[in-house]
Design a protein around this ligand. Structure first.
Ligand code: C5P
Length: 303
């Protein structure tokens, strides 16, 4: 059994010795850990992205898995190849723009609005039913990271709120959690794009405001004010993300406590510019990590 005083030095040694973990400022990170340990579970909230953060980026063969939007690409292709191809074409066109290291965020935003807007229109025009979408999710290639189920359940067990802040499709995350965990844990709160259904349970619209990768910040958080007020005592934030758009997901939190930013890097190891950028904006960068072990370790030490 480790003594409390040894926990953080040991954790930091583990981080610094691991070549798959980047940490540009170990002193600041250790100070954040200390504050979080002092505060304990009662002062903590976890704010996490979903696609390729709670879910896995690639399978064992290195093939890219599905995002929540991607559920439509695969399933619609099976049922209606012409429409399926439209979803795939959109992804092939816009995904490289989302992660292009040469473009600024301002340059990317109009493309993201076009991508999300067009794919949402395709979903609404086709009037997919709720049960069809639930079925798509059952057959999808969305896969939890190893340990994600336990991580989510352990947050619930310790009464730590989990905010899933996703530019994906919230209903798809809900169906996925229901299918994998049996029910959505009480501690879970969603900030995402929600498909609206009519009285026949057919898709008829999307919630507003639209959330795309680069507006996961104060611009979409306004309608969440009462939720963040409810958790006002939670001054310590563990933020989990995989893209540059995820680093301000903590803007709604009413406080000035620390945010520990953990970034999952899914890009190429040759892309040193992106790796360096991740290291600058995230406290900890986990390279090609298909597990939630690191986040679980942090939650374990603060309890
Ligand atoms: O915030 P989150 O990481 O969950 O964002 C959703 C992801 O869904 C984006 O990073 C984008 O690559 C992806 N996407 C997609 N198809 C769309 C729109 C977004 O695969 N039509």
């Amino acid at each position: 059994q480790l003594k409390k005083a040894d926990v953080i030095p040991q954790l930091m040694t583990g981080i610094l010795e691991n070549e798959r973990i980047l940490c540009a400022d170990p002193t600041t990170v250790a100070a954040k850990f200390r504050k979080m340990m002092l505060g304990g579970a009662g002062k903590t909230v976890v704010i996490s992205d979903f696609d390729f953060t709670l879910s896995r980026y690639a399978n064992e063969k290195g093939e890219r898995l599905s995002t929540t939007h991607g559920v439509f690409d695969d399933n619609v292709m099976r049922l209606n190849p012409e429409l399926g191809q439209k979803f795939v074409d959109l992804k092939n066109k816009y995904y490289p723009i989302e992660f292009c290291p040469k473009m600024t965020m301002e340059e990317k935003i109009p493309h993201m609005e076009k991508w999300w807007g067009t794919s949402h229109s395709l979903i609404v025009n086709e009037r997919f039913s709720k049960s069809t979408i639930e079925d798509f999710v059952r057959q999808s290639r969305i896969v939890f990271k190893d340990g994600a189920e336990d991580f989510i359940q352990s947050l619930d067990g310790h009464n730590i709120p989990l905010v899933i802040f996703s530019a994906g499709i919230g209903n798809i995350i809900e169906y996925f959690l229901e299918q994998k965990l049996g029910a959505i844990p009480r501690n879970t709160h969603f900030i995402s794009n929600m498909i609206l259904f009519d009285e026949e349970e057919k898709a008829c619209g999307f919630s507003e405001p639209l959330i795309h990768t680069f507006c996961k910040n104060s611009s979409v958080i306004q309608k969440e004010t009462s939720f963040f007020h409810e958790i006002a005592g939670r001054v310590n934030v563990i933020l989990l993300g995989d893209s540059m758009g995820d680093i301000h997901m903590d803007v709604g939190v009413e406080r000035d406590g620390p945010t520990l930013k953990i970034g999952y890097y899914n890009g190429s190891l040759d892309d040193t510019a992106s790796l360096q950028h991740y290291e600058e904006v995230y406290d900890i960068v986990l390279i090609h990590d298909p597990t939630l072990d690191f986040a679980q370790k942090i939650v374990d030490i603060i309890n």
